[in-house]
Design a protein around this ligand. Structure first.
Ligand code: ATP
Length: 363
């Protein structure tokens, strides 16, 4: 069993405050992903958990033990790095054995663990090779193997797939997911790639400027982002935003912008009502916009002028102008549409988001 908890965790490099009051409970066997733009503090947080970076303030616990002052070697964690960090002069088998030898494991036990890890990762035939004789994907498997043989309480991953080409990344992503199901070890994974975060994480922590923006299951982040930043960061293509004013029309709240007037449905209307007269940001995902039909209520329809048509095969992305706002819609691949066409579109009312213009928090 291994739970990792961060309590008011802070890191300063001289005067630069890069991790700010991070509170987080990582559950036993959970795969927790930290995601955020470059420089947001995710790697520094991971390195503090690993013991590679001193904690400025706050507490890190692994189970009930505070590990702030415990050296990395004694934390019972194994870390997988982006650059693999393999010893070039050693064979794969020796690379796998190294950490265990340092810890004075018996030879027979080392052999057993190497064979087990090699079989899990399908690298049995590579054990006598040197790292330079391996492909990028194989090297990454060896790096994973080195963590697996340790049989640690916690795995820490620092962007382990970012040196691989796009196709291999997808393949290794699936392998990592299977590996986690099989080993069921608490894992903390850092990436700047939101697709990786969404597909791998049981839960995802979104960070920006050293602050946790939201923690949740992938679909929770996608469906109910806590603020505009999370809304724009999670999901591809990104959510569309338009600056609007919340007004009242026939007793109902409406989001209004030049050439855009959208009704606000259900519970969102109740919350928007308290903010009539103020500025807000309307958010709608490209996949929640479609070509309007007679079935669409007029208050959820708007007109757009198509600027660019992106044919992706499985869908068409329309880059459109709606008044001063630019929006993207993902529509059926069979649609015949050309740039400069004027279209009537509709959005799914239940998928509409509003954010406070000042705080950027979800309304
Ligand atoms: P990336 O994906 O680019 O690695 P990140 O979110 O992992 O980004 P960190 O590596 O945690 O970000 O860095 C957070 C901030 O701390 C950055 O502004 C970085 O420049 C700064 N930083 C990191 N390490 C040090 C250091 N040793 N000394 C000074 N500043 C540092």
């Amino acid at each position: 069993m291994a739970e990792v908890s961060l309590h008011k965790l802070n890191k300063k490099f001289d005067t630069t405050h890069v991790v700010k009051d991070v509170d987080l409970q990582i559950r036993d066997k959970e795969f927790m992903v930290f995601v955020g733009p470059s420089g947001c503090g995710k790697t520094t947080t991971l390195r503090m958990i690993a013991g590679l970076e001193a904690v400025t303030a706050g507490e890190i616990r692994i189970d009930d033990r505070v590990v702030n002052e415990v050296p990395p070697m004694d934390r019972d964690i194994a870390m997988v790095f982006q650059n693999y960090a393999l010893y070039p002069h050693m064979s794969v088998a020796s690379n796998l054995a190294f950490g265990l030898k340092m810890r004075k494991f018996e030879k027979a036990e080392i052999e057993k663990r190497i064979n087990n890890a090699a079989s899990i990762l399908g690298i049995e035939s590579l054990l006598q090779r040197k790292p330079r004789q391996l492909s990028g994907g194989q090297r990454q498997r060896v790096a994973l193997g080195r963590a697996i043989v340790r049989d640690p309480k916690v795995f820490l991953f620092d962007e382990p797939l970012s040196n691989l080409d796009a196709q291999l990344r997808v393949q290794m992503r699936v392998e990592l997911k299977k590996l986690h199901e099989r080993l069921a070890v608490t894992s903390v994974y850092v990436t700047h790639d939101q697709v990786e975060a969404m597909t791998l994480g049981d839960r995802v922590v979104v960070m920006k400027d050293g602050l946790v923006q939201q923690v949740g299951e992938p679909l929770e982040l996608y469906n109910t982002p806590a603020n505009r930043f999370v809304a724009g960061f999670i999901g591809s293509p990104a959510m569309n935003f338009a600056d609007v004013t919340l007004i009242e029309n026939d007793g109902k709240p409406v989001a209004e912008a030049p050439e855009l007037r959208i009704g606000i449905p259900g519970e969102l209307a109740a919350r928007a009502r308290a903010k009539i007269g103020s500025k807000a940001t309307l958010g709608i995902r490209p996949e929640d916009i479609h070509i309007a039909t007679a079935a669409d209520a007029p208050e959820y329809c708007f007109e757009a002028s198509v600027e660019v048509v992106e044919q992706l095969g499985s869908e068409i992305l329309l880059d459109m102008r709606v008044g001063p706002a630019l929006m993207v819609a993902s529509v059926e691949p069979t649609l015949r549409v050309r740039s400069h066409d004027k279209l009537k579109l509709a959005l799914k009312p239940e998928r509409l988001h509003l954010f406070d213009a000042e705080t950027e928090a979800a309304i």
